[in-house]
Design a protein around this ligand. Sequence first.
Ligand code: FES
Length: 261
Amino acid sequence: MTAVPQEIRAEPLPMAAESRRRDAWWAEPLAVVVVLTSFGLYALWAALQNGNYYAAPYLSPFYSPCISVNCVHVTLPLIGSWWTLSPALLILGIPLGFRVTCYYYRKAYYRAFFWSPPACAIPDARRGYSGETRFPFVLQNSHRYFFWLSLVVLAFLWWDALLAFRFPTGVGIGLGTVVLVVNATLLTLYSLSCHSCRYLCGGYLDSFKDAPIRYRLWRWTNRLNARHPHFAWISLFGVALADLYVRLVAMGVITDPRIVF
Ligand code: FES
């Protein structure tokens, strides 16, 4: 075999030029940056408002459960009057931690914010890769605990949705009732399609031979799990819009229309 002379060998391409993708691969990470940044800023702003989160009988999901006695609408009086900051700050860490450690969101924001890698067949922004073995990424392993905690919050959101049928004038349905029920439904689909939920339902078993119920649960969560990315995005918009709706009603900007009296 004849050796190729050094002078006619092709120069290795720099990292940034290695990809041959010519499509708009950057569109997806850009959309993720825009949506997650917008949601994060809105959630932070709403949580710091410490007002306009309750318009009877609707409670904003960002403030639920309201566990400070200083709440406009107390769900559970666990924290005394010494807490003078926004009650949302006592609770938002759970849904936030659940989303930040979510396996799907991790993929999305690792690609969008860290360019690690930004898309298929596009090189990483950094050469080194330590996975999730070092601080702070090793904390991503707490996802299963956030899953359990978020189920507790979810139970309260369903309680709020039920209370949204109870008006000062009696039982009825307003547009806000529909908004809170839809929000709780979307968050339930997001939670039950979680990878940790699928694992807990039976994913850890070696054999389903003696566990027929677990097998059914596991099959059901598998089907939900295939749509987890969709539920992740839809429920994100849903929870922000639910807060916005309650906020606008509480501020008197819009009037809540009654559908059933
Ligand atoms: S994997 Fe997304 S919420 Fe658990």
